[in-house]
Write a protein that binds this ligand. Structure first.
Ligand code: FMN
Length: 385
């Protein structure tokens, strides 16, 4: 399914240079994108939701973006962007049509299942919209000095066939978030992700293909105001061709996140690993001829090499969860927190990292340096081109 070979083709001298840099930075993995630019003449600049970010690795919405401390630590570690945990939309009186998604979670477990996966039974942010607004405001403030984008994520009402959308809930929640965005002085449009959760795929509603397509087509028009809207698409319980239909239905979004975790109906849990990345990459291949909004990839991005597999299918950045939760013995970074160590691995691992695989793409003629510098974004193959 993946298209890169097992081993990167890179001259020995370059490998040695990379290994030396990896060793030197392992205990204090800070500002790695700047170090790579300076010392290896490689520009790792990526794009998320139209924003320029220093490298492609951001934190996907989930259990690693639920508290202010997590946001502060992730900013300090140098992540490219942070999507906050998904909040469940509320109407003006505090009612929530998707209330079932606020169920309290069980403990997370990191397991192997064709690659790593996190097993967890839980859903959205378990608190109220008001609490989330305070969390968003504090997170935006905490990230401002380092200029790390912080993005809210929302699950709004998704009606059954024939039912209307609860537009009051859409309006109230979006306006409340926009107020915080404006107060925080962020300027410009608010970037917002609308989450179509994988747990939803196990819900009866998702059995109705027409409902899913209707949601994807109609939701963007309901989220109004100065919003740059991204749709985080789920993996539905249907075949690859249906995933492509979903992508085509999503053409009015400002950007797409593709695709959230698979659903194991027998165990009643969402999962990832290679099953997820195989499916995602396969669907992106099938959709290659269609013009799509800008893409961010998600699903088993556990190496720079996997990030490039997504990039070669149109993804300008990646949203990670699982890789930031591995046992620390899995990381090449040996100092700093877990996320800094993980970033060290994603960028500088001698056979799996982003740097070595960008060199491989240059060696094989897929990308060329410009003014002596190799660019990550040159490895992104846009859909429809
Ligand atoms: C424990 C857990 C909770 C998650 N919660 C959310 C969520 O609330 N909203 C959302 O959009 N995605 C959620 N996700 C999906 C992740 O953001 C990510 O897209 C997915 O796990 C695939 O990336 P990975 O293979 O790197 O884990 C969650 C994932 C995990 C593992």
């Amino acid at each position: 399914m993946t298209s890169l070979p097992d081993e990167p083709q890179v001259p020995a001298a370059r490998r040695s240079l990379l290994e030396a840099l990896g060793r030197r930075t392992a205990r204090n993995p800070a500002n790695l994108a700047a170090v790579v630019r300076e010392e290896l003449k490689m520009d790792l600049t990526a794009r998320y939701a139209g924003l320029s970010v220093p490298h492609p690795f951001g934190i996907g919405s989930g259990q690693l973006s639920c508290t202010l401390k997590q946001v502060e630590d992730s900013v300090a570690a140098g992540v490219a962007f942070i999507v906050l945990k998904t909040v469940i939309a509320e109407n003006p009186t505090g009612g929530r049509r998707m209330d079932a998604w606020t169920k309290r979670e069980t403990r997370m477990k990191v397991e192997k299942r064709r690659g790593w996966t996190v097993t967890w039974k839980g859903r959205g942010w378990s608190g109220s919209l008001e609490e989330y607004l305070a969390f968003l405001e504090q997170s935006l403030a905490a990230a401002r000095a380092q200029d790390v984008p912080v993005i809210p994520s929302v699950k709004y009402h998704l009606p059954a066939a024939g039912e209307p959308f609860d537009t009051g809930e859409y309006r109230h929640t979006t306006q409340a978030l926009l107020k915080v965005w404006g107060r925080a002085g962020c300027g410009g449009d608010m970037i917002l992700e609308k989450d179509f959760s994988p747990t939803l795929a196990g819900d009866d509603l998702a059995g109705l293909r027409e409902s899913v397509l209707r949601w994807i087509r109609e939701v963007p028009a309901l989220i109004t105001g100065n919003v740059r809207l991204g749709l985080k698409l789920m993996n539905a319980l249907f075949d690859d061709a249906f995933q492509v239909e979903m992508l085509q239905a999503a053409s009015s979004a400002a950007f797409l996140v593709v695709f959230n975790r698979l659903f194991d109906q027998a165990r009643g849990v969402a999962y990832g690993g290679y099953d997820l990345s195989d499916r995602n990459l396969r669907v992106l291949d099938l959709a290659a001829k269609y013009r799509l909004p800008p893409l961010a990839g998600t699903g088993n991005i556990c190496s720079g090499r996997m990030m490039l597999e997504y990039a070669q299918r149109g993804c300008e950045s990646g949203q990670l969860h699982t890789f930031f939760q591995l046992p620390v013995s899995e990381y090449t970074g040996t100092g700093g927190g877990r996320i800094a160590r993980a970033l060290h691995t994603l960028l500088l691992h001698p056979t799996e990292g982003l740097v070595v695989w960008l060199w491989h793409l240059a060696e094989t003629g897929a990308i060329e340096p410009r003014d002596g510098v190799l660019h990550f974004l040159d490895a992104v193959v846009r859909h429809g081109d």
